[in-house]
Write a protein that binds this ligand. Structure first.
Ligand SMILES: Cc1cc2nc3c(=O)[nH]c(=O)nc-3n(C[C@H](O)[C@H](O)[C@H](O)COP(=O)(O)OP(=O)(O)OC[C@H]3O[C@@H](n4cnc5c(N)ncnc54)[C@H](O)[C@@H]3O)c2cc1C
Length: 590
């Protein structure tokens, strides 16, 4: 079975789960209408279903070919990319000044989810181009913008993101790639980068590398890193492609999943140094790269949502077809579809609920970014920026953690057939694995949440978030609809667990930072469960008001609260009580 973009769920989550509709009515997005949003999302869904999704399997089986420095992508991929960019999908949020459509981030979030559901291996290259556009637009000189932005925005050229080196993964500050100042104001870069997504490919005739490197007199660590733009082909004065720059792909990796995405080792400076142009200031490269990484982190979270959605669709379809065993009241000659068995229902509902909860968190992050960029009130922009900063690590890590769990459940629902490649369930399981690793591992996201995001404005950002969640729970309690079952009680417990764990961590950060770090990952999970559950409840309350697909939304929200969010109390205990046992467990690691 292939993928069908869940337009109703996505449209509802966009408009009511995350308040796009009220923001449109209040004019945050100029003359954009709800009908415009529906039309864009529907057309993206059609493209994802009809053009990209059918190429996912061939990407998995063909992989990428590497010969003499040239990468050939799977049959049909190059053409699909051309059609995708010509349809304008690369430029959805890009600035109008450079040919972009300047549409809301939240609209692009929905599109991004669908591109990745259709094929992560296909979509993760373009995703990095979009992030590169943001970084260049925010930090590049006028000359660099004039030279490169238009072609990056149109997708005629693609961008890459180059941080990782053999000795510098999570610890970016350990990177050794060198940049020397040249007499003409440009730089010469030498060194090696590994694991570079779409570092070389046949989609576009030029590739613009965004490379972190260190100047000879740079201070150590992350304070001594600069960001450079390194084109594969240098440009002639008229903008046409000129000489080949001194950068090449050395090899492509053989991987567990996303086989269609070329992951390259890159060599800079075989012939003395690749010509490079500084983005922003010398030694201030991490701040510029963070612009790129934050967008990419949300996009990787959406990868998680997309692959989880696809795995869920496939598992549900299989569970309706496959017949095994009987349910009470059946004649002995009959066999029941496995979806009739409570344990299979549990698995599929878990898949559906976690996917929708993660979607709600990612879309909430995207609309916070929109508010931070577009609100007319400066204080509102600042508050929204802090909300986006707070939610970004949760959007990335919670969504990709659940993507792994959902894809694994998808294999389980298929039984033995799930382990056999033909069904496709195994590919989702393999493809999902990387999303928890790249763009900063999920462990690093949890550390970011606890050490950098909780202290924002002295804890005011997380306190405001908690207040908002409490407000949703109060509305839920007031609604008193019996179809919600224990939802309000379970979500109230989850939010208070989150509040207590937050206070405990804030109290430990200065005095016992190791104790806070020990609880970072369970805390992020707790944050995701409480937030995802409340955002689903917000959507369910809107569904009640609007009488829109109410039964399904209430059922998913209730399941999330009673079966997923109910784990919040245990996670709180792990955070608050588990640090000493973890830090003192030397004997168990001997
Ligand atoms: C398919 C693929 C595509 C990629 N694409 C790109 C790309 O386009 N550009 C790019 O620059 N990189 C890319 N990467 C690299 C990726 O971002 C890194 O693999 C990732 O950041 C982790 O770094 P590492 O592999 O060195 O693991 P390590 O940093 O060695 O981490 C190993 C483990 O230790 C944990 N850990 C490390 N440090 C800490 C710490 N301080 N505290 C707690 N835990 C810690 C990690 O969470 C992880 O679980 C890609 C990788 C892959 C596999």
């Amino acid at each position: 079975m292939t993928y069908r973009a869940p337009l109703t769920d996505i449209g509802f989550a966009l408009k009511y789960g995350t308040a796009l509709a009220p923001e449109i009515e209040q004019g945050l997005f100029g003359d954009l209408t709800i009908d415009d949003v529906d039309a864009i999302v529907a057309e993206a869904g059609r493209f994802a279903d009809e053009v990209i999704a059918p190429l996912n399997r061939i990407g998995d089986t063909f992989g990428t070919q590497f010969k003499d420095g040239v990468v050939t992508t799977a049959p049909g991929w190059k053409e699909a990319y051309r059609d995708w960019r010509l349809a304008g999908w690369n430029s959805v949020t890009a600035p109008a000044a450079w040919g972009g459509q300047a549409l809301p981030q939240i609209v692009n979030a929905a599109c991004t989810e669908m591109w990745h559901a259709a094929s992560i291996g296909f979509a993760n290259g373009p995703m990095l181009t979009m992030a590169a556009i943001d970084a260049l637009n925010a930090h590049g000189s006028d000359t660099l913008k004039r030279t490169y932005l238009e072609k990056l925005v149109s997708g005629e050229w693609m961008g890459t993101m180059q941080l990782t080196e053999p000795q510098a993964g999570s610890d970016v500050g350990a990177l050794r790639t060198r940049a020397e100042r040249a007499a003409d104001g440009s730089y010469r870069v030498t060194g090696q980068k590994i694991f570079i997504t779409y570092g070389e490919h046949d989609f576009t005739d030029n590739i613009i590398h965004f490379v972190l490197a260190r100047l000879p007199d740079a201070p150590p660590g992350t304070r001594g890193i600069s960001l450079f733009l390194v084109p594969k082909f240098l440009l002639n004065p008229d903008g046409s492609l000129g000489a080949r720059n001194d950068v090449r792909a050395h090899s492509v990796e053989h991987k567990l999943g996303i086989h269609g995405s070329p992951t390259c080792t890159m060599i800079f400076g075989d012939a003395g140094g690749a010509t490079a142009f500084l983005i922003g200031q010398e030694n201030a490269g991490m701040a510029c790269m963070f612009t790129m990484m934050n967008r990419a982190r949300l996009a990787v979270g959406l990868q998680g949502v997309g692959i989880a959605e696809r795995a869920t669709q496939q598992a549900l379809a299989y569970a309706r077809e496959r017949r095994q065993g009987r349910v009470p009241g059946m004649k002995s000659a009959e066999m029941a579809p496995i979806i009739a068995h409570p344990d299979v229902r549990r698995m599929v509902l878990t898949m559906r609920a976690l996917t929708q909860g993660a979607r709600a968190i990612c879309y909430a992050t995207a609309i916070a970014i929109d508010r931070s960029e577009r609100s007319s009130d400066e204080a509102a922009r600042k508050t929204a920026l802090q909300r986006a900063s707070l939610l970004t690590p949760v959007a990335k890590a919670f969504s990709t953690d659940i993507a792994n769990e959902v894809a694994s459940l998808g294999v389980q629902v298929h039984g033995g057939m799930g382990y056999i490649e033909e069904t496709g369930a195994a590919q989702h399981f393999r493809d999902a694995r990387i999303a928890a690793i790249y763009e900063g591992t999920n462990g690093i996201q949890a550390i970011d949440l606890v050490t950098r995001k909780l202290p924002l404005s002295g804890g005011a950002a997380v306190a405001a978030h908690l207040d908002e969640l409490r407000g949703i729970v109060q509305s839920l309690s007031a609604s008193n609809d019996p179809a919600f079952g224990w939802t309000a009680v379970r979500l109230a417990d989850a939010v208070e667990s989150l509040a207590r764990a937050t206070n405990w961590l804030l109290g430990k950060l200065d005095k016992e930072p190791d104790a806070a770090l020990a609880g970072a990952s369970p805390y992020l999970r707790l944050f995701g469960l409480a937030t995802g559950g409340c955002l689903l409840a917000q959507g369910a309350l809107a569904a009640l008001r609007l009488n829109a697909d109410t039964a399904a939304r209430l059922a998913v929200t209730r399941f999330f609260a009673e079966h997923c969010a109910v784990g919040a109390g245990a996670l709180e205990r792990t955070v608050v009580e588990g640090a000493a046992g973890l830090l003192g467990a030397e004997a168990a690691l001997a």
